[in-house]
Design a protein around this ligand. Sequence first.
Ligand SMILES: Cc1cc2nc3c(=O)[nH]c(=O)nc-3n(C[C@H](O)[C@H](O)[C@H](O)COP(=O)(O)OP(=O)(O)OC[C@H]3O[C@@H](n4cnc5c(N)ncnc54)[C@H](O)[C@@H]3O)c2cc1C
Length: 507
Amino acid sequence: MKKTDILIIGSGIAGLFCAIKIGKKRPDLSIAIMTKDKVKNSNTQLAQGGIAVVTDCIEDSFEQHIQDTLKSGGGLCDEEVVKMVIHQAPERLNELIDIGVSFDKNKSGIWNLGLEGGHSQHRILHHKDISGAEIEKNLIETIKQLSNITLLEDHLVIDVDTKKNNGRINCTGAFYCDKINKKVKYIRAKTIVLSTGGCGQIFKNTTNPEIATGDGIAIASRAGAVIKDMQYIQFHPTALYEENKNPFFLISEAVRGFGAHIVNEDQKRFIFKDDIRGELATRDIVSQAISKEIEMSGNPYVYLDCRHLDFEEFYSHFPSITEYCKTIGLHPEKDLIPIVPVAHYQCGGINVNKKSQTNIKNLYAIGECSRTGLHGKNRLASNSLLEALVFAHQASEHIAKNIDDLSFAPKDAMLQFDEPLMDKDSNYFMKFKKELQTMMTFFYASNDSDFVKILNRIESMKMATVGLLFKKKKITTQLIEFTNMLTVAKIIIEHHKTKVLKSAVMY
Ligand SMILES: Cc1cc2nc3c(=O)[nH]c(=O)nc-3n(C[C@H](O)[C@H](O)[C@H](O)COP(=O)(O)OP(=O)(O)OC[C@H]3O[C@@H](n4cnc5c(N)ncnc54)[C@H](O)[C@@H]3O)c2cc1C
């Protein structure tokens, strides 16, 4: 494919929903979705808990959801954005239901709403404990029915191409690896949407799958986009502890909402020392309390205790969690489940306005790779699938309305290339990758502030990889992803440094 009206990068909830919305509204436009692996491989596919939406306006209200989100965000949310997202939520939810996504109801036919940390009401719609897989399946089915959308698996985007026009940077196309034909190619597009998800793989312990290498952030920053708040990486307090596991299996927050307790080695609950909400405090508070307990005890984990819960009901809500635990010999009805906080969600990202526009003309960002102002310092549980839906909608509306005023950039003979893509590299980078993951995990765990030392080490790893990439022209997908991980790690550390320096000036 040499050109497309709209190029969407990534096939999680954000990219697929955006493609469907534009595809239905404007059947005359060509839309290509490029995704670097198989279509389902995404954070979306793994989402367990569900989507936070106010559906019952008797007990609950938009105002309560807004207040919970603002409180969780620690004073850094954009209140206008929070209001927009929460007010739009029921409409976006109905669109998901219209394409076939099913959410659990109770025996009287009303939504079976889950409760999660930081929420003052039960308001999480879910499909058992596999909400993301249910959403992804239906989005993919819908995409297949829309003839103006082409889904390209195993297409890893390397960079977006930009030109300066009237003093403003304009996005005009993208370089990508066609992993099937082993070629590096170029595509022209009038508009590009980044929906590349998060960067959990920068850390040794994470819930994020292998694809979560922060590519969108690195691509956008190389293009000159503004990146914000990357220091706010959310750690999920209850990942199942298994030695040398990557990614870690998540035990959904909804399990605590269902009544599970967090206990220490002496089987005592301890989160109340830090917050009166106990296990249902927000993730930052629960994660910190667990980390402190782990440090004091010297044990690498604490426990989730589900033994007092009604097991039949537990199983019907959490079948996949129960089955996974069984595969490693744990039975939630009689065993304590070892848990540990791990990197889970990127609250910052590519800065966008309410229409999902970045500062680069014709470049949009949606979903986890974007920074919309909804989450502030700490995302409220189950607000991210919702954010992805709302900002995918916002982008789709703006693109559908404005694309007729855009034209393709003229063909550039230099860019019509077909470079060979090398096979997977040997384990050359694995050593560096492990070192980076350990360094970043340690940085967060210890609050290490030797920024210079860490930045220098990132820089030297970058020199080694970039040297291979450009000097020897040895392009592999691993190399591209690892270079992106280094770029994003550097941004995270720099954002931390700026925060520390700013607060030093204030005192
Ligand atoms: C285990 C787990 C449980 C979660 N549970 C919940 C929950 O219950 N509720 C909730 O609201 N949130 C939850 N989250 C968070 C939520 O799932 C994500 O924030 C959300 O799914 C992100 O969607 P996305 O479309 O932005 O990105 P993703 O779903 O991660 O999709 C990113 C896509 O981009 C592709 N991609 C990346 N780089 C490139 C590239 N260079 N070229 C081409 N393609 C690329 C990837 O292959 C992938 O297809 C959970 C996350 C995890 C990991």
